[in-house]
Design a protein around this ligand. Structure first.
Ligand code: SF4
Length: 278
């Protein structure tokens, strides 16, 4: 059976940077915490805990040591709370997320009602909303064209969660334009996501089965799994090699492998090694 790895797969720049910063902090003395799980990958979070990097959900739960802001970033209020806490703050916000936060604030300062295209409740989206609201803007979060409010009025500014698909942004923009509005658009989609999605789509279209590796709580991995399922009916989303079942691949000549932006290379290598051993 031929095993093909997608041209772009696995840990992106922002996730790798956050992991490196966390591991670097763990080498120093004193407790290290991340505000929420560092990445949406249970295996990696467990591994970090063994190395002394623990998850807390609230700043108030920590009274000494280092606290790490994860790649999704935080709201300005949380940032202020962290700065006032006396803890050493390591900011691992992905620079692409910081750019999206600045874009949201800029649209708001320009007098726009801000539409955030993204997943309601996602920490990155919460950060984008808060950055726009702090500048006095009214904010709507839309995850699909169906969510676009009917009472929009100009000027509208659009900013996008970095892991969104271009097709979804275009569909939302189409719906806003149907309401007679030409929005100001800050396309803040990260190319890491687009590259992984394009490579997964291309590969899934030419193999007998596809394996998508990454946390079930990772939105970018879930989106990769959706894309693969559309192209290849035998697509499997797993968090680790242990979930694979050899029976899935009995009649396959070719299997493709891809992984979300929060999946480290070691997890991809383990899956590829397993499939190659069948
Ligand atoms: S997907 Fe892009 S924006 Fe998100 S952490 Fe990775 S590099 Fe940063």
């Amino acid at each position: 059976m031929k095993v093909i790895r997608a041209k772009h797969a696995g840990a992106c720049y922002g996730v790798q940077r956050a992991l490196d910063m966390a591991l670097e902090s763990a080498k120093r003395q004193g407790p290290v915490y991340t505000l929420g799980p560092l990445i949406h990958n249970p295996g990696v979070v467990e591994d970090l805990a063994q190395r002394g990097v623990h998850v807390v959900e609230d700043v108030s739960a920590v009274d000494e040591g280092v606290i790490i802001i994860r790649s999704h970033g935080v709201t300005p209020d949380v940032r202020a709370m962290l700065d006032a806490s006396g803890l050493e703050v390591v900011d691992a916000t992905c620079p692409h997320v910081s750019r999206a936060q600045k874009a949201a604030a800029q649209l708001a300062r320009g007098g726009c009602r801000v539409v955030v295209v993204g997943e309601q409740g996602h920490p990155e989206v919460e950060g984008l909303m808060a950055c726009a609201r702090r500048e006095g803007a009214e904010v709507d979060v839309v995850s699909s064209p169906d969510d676009v409010p009917s009472d929009l009025f100009s000027p509208i500014g659009v900013v996008v969660q970095t892991t969104q698909r271009r097709e979804n942004l275009d569909a939302v923009l189409g719906q806003i334009e149907e309401n007679g509005i030409s929005p100001q658009v800050k396309n803040t989609i990260c190319t890491a996501t687009t590259h992984r999605q394009d490579a997964a789509k291309q590969l899934a279209g030419k193999v007998d089965a596809m394996v998508v590796i990454g946390g079930r709580n990772s939105s970018n991995t879930t989106r990769l799994a959706e894309i693969c399922s559309q192209e290849c009916t035998c697509s499997y989303h797993v968090e680790s090699v242990d979930e694979l079942d050899s029976a899935w691949f009995e009649s396959c000549d070719t299997v493709g492998v891809t992984a979300g932006a929060s999946t480290p290379d070691s997890q991809i290598d383990a899956v590829v090694g397993y499939l190659e051993s069948l």
